[in-house]
Write a protein that binds this ligand. Structure first.
Ligand SMILES: [Zn+2]
Length: 276
């Protein structure tokens, strides 16, 4: 599967940058106990020494990421996830796979289970490999096939952000997620504004961010945009969520609407955040 190998290579190549980005988050917000404990523990490759810690006084993650030396630290968590888009036309769901176990982020509109199954197949997987189904928010174009997906994958656990949980019914109880939680080593970031319980999903090793409707693909190819004013409940809060996501310095952004962005994603998202 050549495309698989290529994606894994890209994700692996970004490990160092992602580790630096997480350090930046911890240094910037000053409160991220979870992020610090799970990803920022210094590790050293055999035969190399840790880079000089010149970044502790950085005030922005941009400064941190650009001034940091090439990473010589190894990632502290496992392998990067491989991602696969489930392109459903107006909306996308995504599959993140690692070691044969898959996480589905969103389920599309009703009737999308067949497309999801095909996307699993492109990764060499089937419903039995699906361990987790994360819903980024309560809108019907994201939760529409939750019943069919959980029926097809009887061992999968479903998840949703706390603020949207009451609005979604599923064939079995959904696990509530809050900021700082993790699912199969994926980091959950609360990104409210589009809806009160909107969440985004981040792979801190590969730097892949699944943004739901908190960050969208922009009108110009390869660009990013903030949440839609037309469809979002609280734009001031939605804008703050974009700023929070920009601090992650993602390598790739996989939005609910629009095209995935995997070229200069961190820079584009930082520029968007600065413009709000
Ligand atoms: Zn939405």
């Amino acid at each position: 599967m050549p495309q698989l190998s290529r994606r894994r290579f890209i994700a692996t190549a970004s490990k160092g940058a992602a580790s630096i980005a997480i350090l930046g988050v911890a240094a910037c917000n000053g409160a991220g106990g979870d992020a610090t404990s799970s990803t920022a523990a210094p590790t050293t490759n055999p035969g190399t020494s840790a880079p000089p810690q010149s970044t502790t006084n950085a005030t922005t993650s941009t400064a941190l990421a650009t001034s940091a030396p090439p990473a010589t630290t190894a990632p502290t968590v496992g392998e990067a996830f491989v991602w696969e888009r489930v392109n459903l036309g107006n909306v996308s769901a995504y599959i993140l796979e690692r070691s044969g176990e898959a996480v589905l982020v969103d389920t599309g509109v009703g009737g999308s289970a067949g497309d999801i199954e095909e996307a699993l197949g492109r990764l060499g997987l089937a419903w039995g490999n699906l361990g987790h189904v994360i819903l980024t928010h309560r809108h019907g174009d994201h939760v529409g096939s939750i019943d069919a997906v959980l029926a097809a994958a009887p061992d999968a656990t479903g998840y949703i952000g706390e603020g949207d949980a009451a609005a979604v019914s599923a064939p079995r109880p959904l696990t509530i997620l809050n900021d700082g939680d993790s699912v199969f080593d994926l980091q959950i970031i609360e990104t409210p504004g589009h809806t009160p319980g909107s969440i985004s999903v981040f792979d801190p090793v590969g730097g892949v961010l699944v943004s739901g409707d908190a960050v969208l693909g922009g009108a110009e190819p390869g660009s990013v945009a903030g949440a839609s004013p037309r469809f979002s409940e609280d734009m001031a809060t939605a804008d703050r969520s974009v700023v929070a996501l920009a601090a992650l310095r993602p390598e790739a952004i996989l939005p609910g609407h629009g095209e995935p962005v995997d070229l200069d994603a961190a820079t584009k998202l930082a520029e968007l955040a600065a413009s709000l």
